[in-house]
Ligand binder design. Sequence first.
Ligand SMILES: Cc1ncc(COP(=O)(O)O)c(C=O)c1O
Length: 463
Amino acid sequence: MSETPIASSLPSPPSATGARLSRGVLLRTPIPGPEAQKVIARDHEFLMTVTKSEPIVAASGQGVWITDVDGNRLLDFAAGISVMNVGHSHPDVVRAIRDQAGILQHFAGTDFYYDLQVRLAEKLTQITPGTFAKKIFFSNSGTESAEAALKIARWNRRRPITIGLLGAFHGRSMGSLSMTASKPVQRARYSAFVNGGHHIPAPTCYRCPYKLEYPSCDLYCAKILKELYFETSIPPDDVAAFIAEGVMGEGGYFVPPKGWHQAIKSTLDEHGILFISDEVQSGMGRTGKWFAIEHSGVVPDILTMAKAVGGGVPMGAVAMRADLDLGTGAHSNTFGGNLIASAASLATIGVMERENLLQNATSQGQYLMQRLRELQGRYDEIGDVRGLGLMVAAEFVTDRRTKEPAIQFRDRVLTEAYRRGLILLGCGRSAIRFIPPLIVRREEIDEAIEIVDAAISAARAGA
Ligand SMILES: Cc1ncc(COP(=O)(O)O)c(C=O)c1O
């Protein structure tokens, strides 16, 4: 088995103080370079096919920068799919992980006790919305958080139905997949799903399912739950929960219009239906508040977290109203609240607070949207720029009037961007998400925009 060689001329590691170095993209080879190609070939031989889309082979990371196995320094506007919110290898998080590994790694926090997970749980109850008493369940991923939330709702309400949104993504295990309705490929061949799952059209204004316009639509997409579904196919008193992402992520970065959450929540409240806010992608400061639902003023009964909550260590969590607590043995796991994950999470939250990253997400997010809108002014292919904080996307269309998704063009832009050293991810059918670590600075956004500009020009030239 060949070792992955790392060129000796790579940039120096993070300084002991953790000061970030502004270094710029540096390309020594085409992407993928020769060493990357070797890893990719072996990956294809030994790993199950999943969702890989770009031939980037990382060797190390610092802040917003990734160095690949060929010594190329790349600007990371994907942040490990919104996981590395405090940046790669933040020294405080690295120290917390190292220290905890030398003290105690795992002790099964579901069967025994230790202080670290209690401290983290208490902290999470403080930063999640709602002034009522809350309890936390720790999982290991987003899908497990969704499973737990759905089980908590069913267990409490003893009702069989859950309602979600078309376009939503909640995970890929059978319970969460039953509520995922983002792309057919995610569901094909997996039926039968967990029964009781219903979906209604999502509040996706740029692509309004009813072809209406906000605000003259009078939030028809929220009212329809009460006025049509509850009057026809879904008996409301059989519904345990309604689940929605704070901002729809995988499905295309759609921010619900103002008032949508309130309208939905008041309908749910009429029937004692629990509201689950899936904040796996939109949470932990990504939108400029700890959780995206806070922008709406609505307080969920149950809130799911994962991705950035572990600061790069696998972790998920569910925050719930304390009165929804389960009975002994009704739900549990092995790794939830693992000591290393808890240490990383506490350190991550500490960094977010000390470095004012919510505020940075807000101000840099505004700047990023403004810069993307400048590009929209120059490129007809950008049909829409939308987002909240640093959860931002640009959607590509073949025609601004018909809004026909420009899927191949979007894919070419992604390719031309990584060839120029910018790591991005797609979402929806023809959008690109821009989700740098929340420590990102203006000059790094400028560098990313320059690359996107060049990538779009190149994609046009190659058309
Ligand atoms: C909103 C949302 N929920 C749940 C999940 C599933 O998380 P995981 O991949 O950790 O299972 C994701 C993953 O992208 C997500 O974006």
